[in-house]
Ligand binder design. Sequence first.
Ligand SMILES: *Cc1c(COP(=O)(O)O)cnc(C)c1O
Length: 286
Amino acid sequence: MGVSLGGVTLLRLDQTGGPAFGNKYFKLQEYFREAKRQGVSRLVSFGGVWSNHLHALAAVGADLGIETVGLVRGAGDLGETAMLMDVRRCGMQVVPVSREEYRHRNDADYQRRILSRFAPCLLIPEGGAAVLGARGCKAIANHIQQRSNRAKRIVVPVGTGTTLAGVAAGLDESYALCGISALKGATDLEVQVEALLRDLAPEHCARWRIVHEYHCGGFARTHESLCDFILAFEAIHGIQLEPVYTGKMMYAVHQLRKSGEWSADLPLLAIHTGGLQGRRGYSWLG
Ligand SMILES: *Cc1c(COP(=O)(O)O)cnc(C)c1O
């Protein structure tokens, strides 16, 4: 599951999991367990038309025989994507939601209405971003400890910080975890991670920080030098990346080592969090 690229080991979560791969598989584990505990057989969540989270939810639900419902932002207007075709094939009920309605996804009132509309069900926040998601990601730390070849610097892409929080909670302070934010100006990420860590209340925790300089223009945006890097990386190493998370993470690793800010001698483990289904939304990736 690891592959070494000149001092950088890649933890291939894109190849790890069951019916779904990547960090979203880990983030979902505790939600499925909770649904079972509550005796509900329907899981409902939110996402966009290329959502890795809904893609994983549909696949795991199909595998376990649990109904899934995806509330998809702008689905009606944006047309069918390969992601939507996949989740429909898995039996997910796709419910188009206007951009206006989607803005209320985290409001308690709105969530109560969704809960009663699809009752009995369990509602998962967008991206699985809550303490249950983080708890599922603690298992990623076991993979790190088994495979890291002594690397104590761990790099992970960050959207909501849920994965980072879970991984940090599964390691001890001998590890330094560095998150690369995929979002522009997400200044409250550190607060979110701290809140998740408070809820997880781990006995040990890795040291961690978030680097905000490699969003490359904003969430899901790209620039030429990022695109060139991804194409070159894929050609040289034969490993696929996607531009939203893993491409930006590896781009940041490359830039930070090239500039000397990070020593090239320091062994490093980068977590490939998957998300490769989303490549299909970028025609330049072929
Ligand atoms: C969702 C996602 C992330 C970000 O995970 P968070 O827990 O939201 O920080 C990183 N990589 C991939 C491939 C993802 O799909």
